[in-house]
Design a protein around this ligand. Structure first.
Ligand SMILES: [Zn+2]
Ligand SMILES: [Zn+2]
Length: 411
């Protein structure tokens, strides 16, 4: 059962509650561009997941059919309990390797790039994790956990992890010993040396205590959130490519063929000696840490926020109807979401070409609405064109309201 779809409204209700708590306590844990960037990576990840989840499901089903040692029944509550615990054990190793190996960190780093820590950070998810993550769950198929149970406990595990992404909840006493909590997960999101590569559990923190990767949040060492190679971008597409691009650049630059191959599988941060000497990368001095920020006019912020809501709606629409949509419709929907979120990222970064790209995005809705009924994304009707016309008109008015800012940037 996919519980994530049903949880989406609760995510937004709880984010609203956290924003109120921020206001109540007079603290600022949210910045608009950061939250939009985090949720954008989440929308991109779930939309990409509609096209790629077959990788995890097919490999699991294949392994279950050919490698299962036992035949476990989905009717037994104990199978569910075992599967829930076993899933978290597998997750621990995937997550740990996700931090310790270059190729896996390239996928997982997306979750850590935010320099804020709030419930929107929980939605920051990778779009490329599907390539390798399935390998870590094969032991569950070998044990014989049924596919339905596997998919359900995977969703429950992910849902559990949502609530721990907040700065409002302090340490929770005895609960800290057994479970992942806001406090020990805050430490996991830190870039301070003390907390680096610690607290990998998804639901249970006992794995970290068992395998020596636990670190308690220390009041004397305030957490600085983010990664040591800062993303410095509000673009969700670039967020997914940043570390792959760095590895690719290093692999191309090195003279050693062996290094070109092994860089992908070496410990995170490892670089070929000749490349590291010629193109040194220094770790930032955290005493002078400054969060990434791009000044943006208020009207422009509101414009991007409203346009962003359209993509949340489109992403939810795709998730909702996914079982009934043909692959061609999912590809078109994915393309529209990825391009749209890319353009909004450019607008948040205040790039000189933001206006031209935004106009291109609005124009690109014409072929989108034309193609949608052909590929089965939605049925052919006049409503699509009327909707597009109204949307374009409103967007035009919005752009007109932002004109001074955009003109200044474009010049
Ligand atoms: Zn992590
Ligand atoms: Zn997290």
């Amino acid at each position: 059962m996919d519980f994530i779809l049903y949880a989406v409204p609760f995510f937004f209700v709880l984010i609203a509650a956290e924003l109120l708590a921020d206001r109540w306590r007079g603290v600022t844990n949210y910045r608009l561009a950061d939250a939009i960037n985090s949720i954008s990576t989440g929308v991109l990840s779930t939309t990409t997941g509609l096209l790629t989840k077959g990788v995890g499901l097919l490999t699991y089903a294949f392994a279950l059919q050919h490698l299962a040692l036992f035949e476990l029944s989905a009717d037994s509550v104990w199978v569910w309990v075992l599967a829930f615990v076993l899933y978290d054990f597998c997750y621990y190793w995937l997550h740990r390797m996700g931090h310790e190996r270059n190729i896996l960190w390239a996928a997982h780093s997306v979750h850590h790039q935010s320099e804020e820590y709030n419930l929107s950070t929980a939605l920051r998810q990778t779009s490329t994790g599907f390539v390798l993550s399935w390998i870590f769950y094969l032991p569950m198929a070998v044990v014989g956990v049924p596919l339905l149970v596997f998919v359900s406990v995977a969703a429950l595990n992910l849902l559990y992890q949502f609530w721990v992404h907040t700065r409002h909840i302090p340490k929770l006493g005895w609960f800290e010993w057994f479970f992942v909590t806001p406090s020990n997960h805050r430490a996991h999101h830190a870039q301070n040396a003390l907390y680096m590569d610690r607290n990998y559990g998804g639901v249970f923190i006992i794995w970290d205590r068992l395998f020596g990767s636990f670190q308690e949040e220390d009041d004397n060492e305030p957490v600085i959130f983010g990664v040591t190679t800062p993303l410095e971008s509000w673009n969700p597409v670039w967020a997914n490519l940043q570390f792959y691009a760095q590895l690719w650049a290093d692999a191309r630059r090195t003279q050693s063929t062996w290094d070109k191959l092994r860089i992908w599988f070496m410990r995170t941060g490892w670089r070929p000696a000749d490349v590291a000497a010629k193109y040194p990368m220094n770790k930032p001095d955290l005493t002078r840490f400054r969060k990434f920020e791009v000044p943006l006019d208020r009207r422009q912020q509101i414009y991007v926020l409203l346009q962003f809501c359209v993509y949340i709606a489109l992403g939810s629409y795709l998730m909702n109807l996914e079982p009934n949509l043909p692959a061609s419709a999912l590809v078109l929907g994915w393309g529209a979401v990825a391009f749209g979120l890319f353009v909004l990222g450019v607008a948040l970064e205040n790039r000189p070409w933001a206006l031209k790209l935004e106009l291109l995005r609005l124009v690109s809705n014409v072929p989108l609405v034309w193609l949608a009924p052909m590929v089965g994304l939605w049925p052919a009707s006049a409503v699509g064109w009327v909707g597009l016309l109204s949307y374009s008109l409103l967007s035009g008015i919005g752009l007109y309201c932002c004109r001074n800012r955009f003109t200044r940037l474009a010049s």
